[in-house]
Each structure stands twice: as structure tokens, then as C-alpha cells.
Design a protein around this ligand. Structure first.
Ligand code: AGP
Length: 608
């Protein structure tokens, strides 16, 4: 969840490092630091708190002269957020500095060994063992010292290393944590993700696990784990600076909510050709699909809830059992996975540690893996057998919105694709559903347009102590994500509940004025949910119902209404969630919350 950046070239490094760290701050932060090489000396500046504090301390980099440097934003895992625990970490002889994203799992044993050998530790971090190992192994050849150091580490790490003896060089190492090299002209960069690079270059080299590189202003040499040079392709970063900026919106989250019609269109339109779905990146044969006896969807957080939403369409259309598993559970459950399991891995960042681990566990057991991810070149994308990118563009707000709706849309598309491939759907039904799928962007736009009253609703509900989100079937799946949105940005406790379950205990909690958000966008069971609304109303609840704009039956039942365009429930979740995203956003705004960077949260949970 940390962020690392680095530069070597002819410009002053510090301002470039600080700008890169600002772009990474959304990944999670509690401290930050930079190390800059000048006249063969390393100058290190570290602070707790926001990057702004570091800019102030370094006078926007002016008092850190030099053209080579590394930087870091930290989300504490080992050791409290303090200046001392902030990165970069220095060797005892002052020759080396290191920044690290990840977790060194064997750091305690290494720390004891290094202390016994006379090395002094300043911090409580796992990272500090790295810089002392380099010092210990350094005999004048930094590359050899980096190789020997890496061989001692267990865990996940994306590293940046500088050395006063080799002032133009920066070494980077990648193992289970993202690391991208930005290719410039007469200067080169590295970072944890492209948002820190895109202002300077759109040419990127994505390192894979075990690889490391020696970077100078003029050269980039990538090595395999054995230390042999390898050729890596240079990818083009298509995200432009504007798309990674706020674009005039007060928060990235609102910008990304409003971007959803475009994002969903980008996810599905290029894969619909001549009235048919073409998944060139995931050409699963009919023979293979016939051999699949279950589909397992695994993910974390909102991505897990996207899987819950996609499950209904997949089971209904493909007639294959679909189970949705939390990655943090699946990885340790000794899962019943084999070559007849298709594993679908959902992740916006493509770097979520639990999801990566669950995928690797299932691959070991023979499952074929299909990743549905947003970040190009991410670990999950590169590890899966097949990858369907969601093409949502950079998602900066910690609370995902377009990441979720594009994942759900891709799952809908995949379900329809498989159903046709397996002759489980007739031509007429296929064409009808394909048309609905194609209109999702328009339906989302209509939903955005018809819900200008949500800020007023937020003023009514923003003081709630708690909220219930209830629904059945596809509505229940949306209730899961709606509750998480409310919790993670407004800090109001919110519980999602299967509406039919309330009477089995939880209805005991319903008292006068208890807000209940009731999702009623599935006509097959709408009457049942309406009776649940009557039940909670009878106990004093204040009901905000989400339903189709022409559903007047609901009006006398609920206290407030939110409407979406009428549509088939099978593909409704990607539309139905939008007003709940807006409700959470405006409630959080009313409460003065830090919407894009909610407390305790990071955009990408790259550690367990
Ligand atoms: C969603 O709003 C949260 N930020 C979080 O639950 C997120 O969905 C989860 O951490 C999974 O992230 P991923 O999609 O990048 O794997």
C-alpha cells in the first residue's frame, strides 16, 4: 500500500520525486521521504503525515540538490508512522538508501543476524534489513550486492536502491509488488504505478516477479533472477494526465461516478462486433467450457461484491454452478478446486495481495484463471491464463465506483458469451440480452440524469447512526456494495441484509426513524421485498426505496424514492448501484469526510 518513485537524469530530482509522490498519495500514506544523491553524498528528508509536509520541509525540493533520487509514501505495516520509520532507509556507512513497497516476511531473523554482525538499526521497520544486507554484501559491485540481498528476502517487495559509489545508477527489484520503469530521453524513472509517471513519459517497462534493473540516465538494463540481461517490451501508457486528474470535479470519486457511462462503454463496446461478442483475449473453447463443472469467482471488497452481482447472470445464462469466494478465505480454505474449475479473479488494481495469493493457490490446484482487472500490466493481469481488462481508466478515489460497474459489466458480457458458446441460449434471447448489455452506458447516464435530488436526500439521512440496505436476489447483491460505499466514505455503520432474512433476528434492531434503503429492481420478487418494507415500516423505519421510475406501487409504501430506468434485473446491478454511490458520496460530503482518501484505507491493499 506504499508508493515508491525514483529518477535519474539531468534535471533536479527532488521536485520530480515530490510530484510523483503526490500522485501516489491516494495509495495510502502516513509518512513520506526522499533521498537525493549530490556530490557523492546522500541527503535524506523524511516526515510523518502528508506529502505537503515533505514539500514544506524540503522547500519543494530546493534544499535537496542532485539529479538522482528515490522517494516513498508509507502506509505503516511494521512500526508506527514516525519520521524514523519513514522511508528511505540508510545503511550505517551512509552509502546506500532504499525505498520499499511490500512486506519482508523473514525480517526478524535477518534483523537478528545483522545486529549480531554489528549493524545498527534506527527503525522498527521490516524494510531496514534490506539496506543493511546490501551494505553487508557490497564489495564494489552494486549489482552483485543487490542479487545477493534479494536472495535472502522472503515476502513481497518493490525496491529502489541508490549508492554514493555509483551516483548515476538506480537499481530496482520486483517481487510480488508492482514496479514500472518510465522510459525517458536522457532520463529515466520508476514508480509503483503509472499515475506517478504519466506526467513525464508514456513509455513504460513493467517488471515481472524476480526481475531487477539497473537504470542510468541513458540506459535501462533488465535482468532475470539469475542476473542475466533480458529484453523487455516497452508498453505505451494510454492514460493521459487529464484523465488522471480531477477534471474540475471536487473529488475524484464524483468524477469517476460520472465517468461510468464512458467507462462501461469502453469495457463492452470494443468486444461487440457485428452483433456478436468477441473475447479475443479469452478465447475459451467450447470443449474446455463443457469440461468446467463450476466457476469460482474470487476477489476482495467491492470486487467481491461485483462477483456477487455477476453470479446471478452467469448461473442463469450459463447453467454452470458459480460460487463467489472471499480471496482472504479461499487462499487458506484448502479449496475444492481442480482442472474442471474456471477461476475468475476480479480486481481493479490487479495488486491485491489476498486476491493474488488465492489465484496462485487455485492455479496450483489446476484451475484455469481468467482475470478481470483495470490496471494494465498488473500482477494479476500478468499471472492469469486469460485477462479481460475493464479499460475504466485510472481510478484514483479509494472507494471504487467505475471499477465495480465495469467489472460487473464484463461479467455480464462473459456470461452471455459463454451461454452462446455452449448453446445454452436461443438466438432471440441472446440478441435481446446483447441489446440490453449494449445500452448499459445509456441507462447509467439516464440514472445520473434523473437523480439530481440525491444531495437533498443526503441532507436528510447524513446524521444517521446506522443504515440497513436490504434486497433479494440481484437486489441483495447491490445492497452489499451499497452498504460498503456508505461505510467506507461516510463512516456511518451500514449493514446489507437479504430482505427475506430480516424476520429471522435482525428486525429486532429496527426502531423509530431507522433508515432502511430497500432495493426493489427485480420484478420477479418485488412483491416479496415490498412486504419486507411494510414489515420494517410497521416498526418505525424510515424507508428509502430504489426502484424503476414507473413503479408507482412503491410510492405509498416508502418515505423517499430513488428511481432508475426500467430494465431486466439480470443486468441491473451496474445501473442500480449508481444512485447508492451518489448517496454515499453526498452523505460523506455533508459529514465533511475526506472522500477520496478515507481514514485507514488505501487504494490498493498490496499486503495481507
Ligand atoms: C472498494 O471501494 C474498496 N476500496 C476495496 O474494498 C476494494 O474494492 C478492495 O480492496 C479490492 O481492491 P481491488 O479491486 O483493487 O482488488
Amino acid at each position: 500500500m506504499c508508493g515508491i518513485v525514483g529518477y535519474t537524469g539531468t534535471q533536479e530530482a527532488a521536485p520530480i520525486l515530490l510530484e510523483g509522490l503526490k500522485k501516489l498519495e491516494y495509495r495510502g500514506y502516513d509518512s513520506a521521504g526522499i533521498a537525493v544523491l549530490n556530490d557523492n553524498l546522500l541527503a535524506v528528508s523524511k516526515v510523518t503525515g502528508r506529502i505537503a509536509n515533505l514539500c514544506e520541509k524540503t522547500a519543494d525540493g530546493k534544499n535537496c540538490p542532485g539529479t538522482v533520487g528515490i522517494g516513498h509514501t508509507r502506509w505503516a505495516t511494521h512500526g508506527a508512522p514516525t519520521d524514523t520509520n519513514a522511508h528511505p532507509h540508510m545503511s550505517n556507512d551512509g552509502k546506500f538508501a532504499v525505498v520499499h513497497n511490500g512486506i519482508i516476511e523473514n525480517y526478524i531473523a535477518l534483523r537478528e543476524e545483522l545486529i549480531q554482525k554489528g549493524y545498527h538499526f534506527d527503525s522498527e521497520t521490516d524494510t531496514e534489513v534490506i539496506v543493511h544486507l546490501i551494505e553487508m554484501y557490497y564489495t564494489g559491485d552494486l549489482k552483485k550486492a543487490v542479487i545477493r540481498m534479494s536472495a535472502r528476502l522472503c515476502g513481497s517487495y518493490a525496491l529502489g536502491v541508490v549508492c554514493t559509489d555509483e551516483p548515476e545508477k538506480v537499481y530496482v527489484v520486483r517481487e510480488a509488488s508492482p514496479l514500472i520503469i518510465g522510459v525517458g530521453v536522457g532520463e529515466n524513472y520508476f514508480a509503483s504505478d503509472v499515475t506517478a509517471l504519466v506526467s513525464y513519459t508514456r513509455n513504460a517497462i513493467y517488471l515481472d516477479d524476480g526481475e531487477f534493473a539497473e537504470i542510468t540516465p541513458e540506459t535501462i538494463v533488465v535482468f532475470n533472477p539469475a542476473g542475466h540481461p533480458i529484453i523487455k517490451k516497452i508498453s505505451r501508457i494510454t492514460w493521459d494526465v487529464q484523465s488522471a486528474e480531477k477534471g474540475g470535479y471536487e473529488h475524484f470519486m464524483l468524477k469517476e461516478i460520472v465517468e461510468q457511462p464512458r467507462a462501461i462503454k469502453a469495457a463492452i463496446a470494443p468486444r461487440i462486433k457485428n452483433g456478436d461478442i468477441a473475447l479475443d483475449e479469452a478465447e475459451l473453447t467450447t470443449e474446455y467450457l463443457e469440461s468446467v463443472n463450476k466457476i469460482v469467482i474470487t476477489a476482495c471488497g467491492s470486487a467481491y461484491y461485483a462477483g456477487c452481482a455477476g453470479k446471478y447472470a452467469m448461473e442463469k445464462l450459463c447453467r454452470i454452478p458459480v460460487q463467489v469466494e472471499l480471496a482472504s478465505e479461499l487462499r487458506y480454505n484448502d479449496p475444492l478446486i481442480d482442472e474442471h474449475t474456471l477461476l475468475i479473479v476480479l480486481s481493479q488494481s490487479g495488486e491485491t495481495a489476498d486476491t493474488i495469493a488465492a489465484m496462485k493457490e487455485c492455479k496450483k490446484r489446476g484451475a484455469k484463471t481468467l482475470a478481470v482487472v483495470n490496471v494494465v500490466g498488473s500482477t494479476i493481469a500478468n499471472t492469469a491464463d486469460y485477462t479481460l481488462y475493464t479499460w475504466a481508466g485510472p481510478e484514483i478515489a479509494v472507494a471504487t465506483t467505475k471499477g465495480y460497474t465495469t467489472q460487473v459489466s464484463v461479467l455480464y458480457m462473459f456470461a452471455l458469451y459463454v451461454a452462446k458458446k455452449m448453446n445454452r441460449i436461443d438466438k432471440e434471447h441472446y440478441e435481446k440480452l446483447l441489446k440490453i448489455l449494449s445500452t448499459l452506458p445509456k441507462k447509467v447516464q439516464e440514472t445520473l440524469d434523473m437523480n439530481s435530488a440525491i444531495p437533498a436526500l443526503a441532507k436528510k439521512y447524513h446524521n444517521a447512526d446506522s443504515m440497513f440496505f436490504i434486497g433479494r436476489n440481484t437486489d441483495y447483491a447491490v445492497a452489499l456494495e451499497g452498504a460498503l460505499k456508505m461505510k467506507e466514505i461516510s463512516y456511518i455503520h451500514a449493514e446489507s441484509y437479504a430482505a427475506g432474512e430480516l424476520k429471522h433476528g435482525t428486525i429486532a434492531l429496527i426502531e423509530d426513524h431507522q433508515p432502511v434503503i430497500a432495493l426493489c429492481c427485480n420484478e420477479s420478487i418485488m412483491e416479496k421485498t415490498m412486504s419486507n418494507i411494510v414489515e420494517v415500516k410497521a416498526r418505525g423505519a424510515e424507508v428509502l426505496a430504489v426502484t424503476f421510475k414507473d413503479n408507482q406501487k412503491m410510492v405509498p409504501l416508502a418515505d423517499d424514492m430513488i428511481f432508475i430506468p426500467k430494465m431486466d434485473a439480470i443486468f441491473a446491478a451496474a445501473v442500480e448501484i449508481v444512485p447508492l454511490q451518489l448517496l454515499a458520496y453526498y452523505v460523506a460530503k455533508e459529514n465533511g469526510c475526506d472522500i477520496d482518501k478515507p481514514k485507514n484505507l488505501a487504494k490498493s491493499v498490496t499486503v495481507e
